[in-house]
Design a protein around this ligand. Structure first.
Ligand SMILES: Cc1cc2nc3c(=O)[nH]c(=O)nc-3n(C[C@H](O)[C@H](O)[C@H](O)COP(=O)(O)OP(=O)(O)OC[C@H]3O[C@@H](n4cnc5c(N)ncnc54)[C@H](O)[C@@H]3O)c2cc1C
Length: 286
């Protein structure tokens, strides 16, 4: 590993000043769980890492908005803090369930919400869930501040729309009345292993009818992807078995899943059909 500088600024302004919009070898570091692996494998050789660990304030905290319509999660929040937050447990219980099979306690103690999103790895468990919840992020950098949907953050395999010198400061999850959400992590080895396929669903039921739904597929394509054709099959309809089977077929047809070492394309297509139906049935209380 080549030598590099490690900076530990104590304010966001200082961190931004230490980053460099013209040099991708200067990078922010959250928990370092992904970055360190990339450095050890020599995929990435930084000249300077800017640790966000001591920034605190601007990147910390989990708060409910004044009108109760959204939850703000600071980008420096660790997975353990997210898992243990009473606000997250109350308003976004799906997150606690996802955490039970995400990595291990050592990783969860340091990995951050911001680093997880900025990494752009299509196999991560949380990004599809944030997308299904219609979450957005605040990003700050040399060109100022912007808010974008988590869905617009992902541009391809390990590619995001973040520019060099930009930092994710917070995530905002809208809180929708009566919404339910679940994530199916399908692994071929241990339950906490990387997924062969992930299906995140949020829906609003109205009796037996699915009033609204968002479906996001993870770990099977080059980035987490919303399955809008399958959503359109289910939206406004009672969640009967025939309809769920049609939605599963539609989902498998609207994406072009490729084989990888966790499963063939055919196997993953089959998993998608099965798990989409299972998650929707679970959320509709069937
Ligand atoms: C053993 C192991 C098992 C794992 N298992 C799973 C699993 O089962 N499921 C799963 O989903 N994940 C798993 N992970 C991955 C883990 O979730 C990610 O490594 C983690 O989310 C990355 O967060 P971090 O804060 O450590 O990011 P870092 O490694 O610090 O950074 C990752 C990237 O994000 C950038 N970055 C960091 N913070 C910011 C910010 N605020 N703004 C802009 N850019 C930023 C960095 O420059 C870097 O490019 C596992 C990891 C390990 C090591």
């Amino acid at each position: 590993m080549k030598n590099f500088d490690l900076e530990e600024p104590e304010s966001l302004a200082e961190a931004l000043a230490l980053l460099d919009e013209d040099d991708s070898a200067v990078r922010p570091i959250g928990g370092g769980t992904a970055l360190m692996l990339m450095m050890k494998a020599q995929f990435f050789e930084p000249t300077r890492l800017v640790s966000l660990r001591k920034v605190g304030g601007a990147l910390g905290g989990i708060d409910l908005s004044e009108d109760g319509s959204s939850l703000r999660v600071g980008a420096g929040t660790t997975f353990t803090q997210l898992q243990q937050s009473p606000l997250v447990q109350k308003h976004l219980p799906v997150i606690g369930r996802v955490m039970k099979t995400l990595a291990n306690v050592r990783v969860r103690n340091v990995a951050t919400v911001g680093g997880n999103l900025a990494h752009g790895d299509p196999h991560l468990d949380l990004p599809p869930v944030w997308m299904a919840l219609d979450a957005a992020v605040d990003v700050v950098g040399p060109s100022g501040e912007r808010r974008l949907a988590v869905a617009d953050l992902f541009q391809g395999y390990y590619e995001t729309s973040l520019a060099d010198g930009e930092v994710i400061t917070a995530l905002y999850a809208p809180l929708v009345e009566d919404r339910r959400a679940a994530y199916a992590k399908v692994t071929t080895r241990a339950s906490h292993d990387w997924p062969a396929l992930g299906v995140a669903v949020s829906l609003v039921p109205d009796g037996d009818v699915i009033a609204d739904i968002r479906i996001v597929l993870g770990a099977a394509l080059d980035m987490p992807t919303r399955l809008t054709a399958a959503e359109n099959v289910l939206r406004g309809q009672p969640a009967g078995d025939d309809l769920l089977a049609t939605a599963g077929e539609t989902a498998a047809e609207e994406v072009d899943i490729e084989s990888d070492h966790r499963g063939s394309a055919g196997y993953k297509n089959h998993l998608l059909k099965i798990y989409l139906g299972r998650v929707v049935r679970e959320l509709m209380g069937r």
